[in-house]
Design a protein around this ligand. Structure first.
Ligand SMILES: [Zn+2]
Length: 234
């Protein structure tokens, strides 16, 4: 069985009759397994970027944004279990999946002595109308899982997204960047100033969204900016 998001209908069918299925491979979960089976957790490609500061994801921001740590739980591969899991998190009403992945990465970061590296976890905000429709912000759910293990507060209300971005894909790269760059606003600068912030997102491709969001945090006086996401393209 392939595991692309085009399996959406199949997944809907499976979830109807077998609620205890793996969100990565769609096979049934064994006793004690939650949301993602042990085999998927072992085989999905971890990036280990938190163990290598000058990693390919970090290099993506070189000359664009001054960042301290840039990390991802997984390497993003199309048509893979990672994509299947991210699709479920975003489109299948499964916020608990984001929290679980946050705890998984939180444990990796904890073991690598990151527990005292951040003062605040800030998720990339969704536009309020999209959040209302989806019912949750998938990046915030990932942040909550990290928060749970690292004991660093995670708050979704420090930033807001000012405009919708649906038309972005139809625009040129430059105007897209400009578009994104106006979108993110820090609500109260005093809550961001002098803080070491871990900005979190779900999946990262160009980094344009994180660049705009991170720039808004730096403009608000954040002392040190780091980034963590669930998966990053190479
Ligand atoms: Zn699985």
């Amino acid at each position: 069985m392939s595991n692309s998001p085009s399996n959406g209908i199949l997944e809907d069918f499976i979830s109807l009759f077998y609620p205890r299925y793996c969100r990565g491979c769609l096979n049934s979960l064994a006793k004690g397994e939650e949301l993602i089976c042990t085999q998927c957790l072992l085989e999905m490609p971890k990036s280990y970027y938190h163990l290598q500061q000058d990693n390919p994801f970090f290099q993506k921001f070189r000359g664009r944004l001054p960042v301290k740590h840039v990390m991802a739980l997984f390497k993003f591969v199309k048509e893979s279990r990672v994509q299947q899991v991210l699709h479920a998190l975003k489109y299948k009403q499964q916020p608990e999946l984001g929290q679980m992945l946050g705890r998984v990465y939180g444990k990796d970061l904890f073991e690598a002595a990151y527990s005292d590296s951040f003062d605040l976890i800030v998720p990339v905000p969704l536009h309020s109308s999209r959040r209302r429709i989806r019912g949750y912000n998938q990046s915030e759910e990932f942040g909550k899982g990290l928060s749970n293990i690292l004991d660093v507060p995670c708050d979704d209300t420090y930033m807001k997204r000012a405009a919708r971005t649906e038309t972005q894909t139809h625009k040129s790269k430059l105007s897209r960047w400009e578009n994104v760059n106006r979108i993110f606003q820090v609500v109260d600068q005093s809550l961001i100033a002098e803080r070491r912030i871990l900005l979190v997102d779900d999946v990262v491709t160009t980094g344009a969204t994180l660049e705009a969001c991170g720039q808004a945090l730096l403009n608000a006086g954040c002392r040190e900016l780091s980034i963590a996401c669930i998966a990053a393209t190479q």
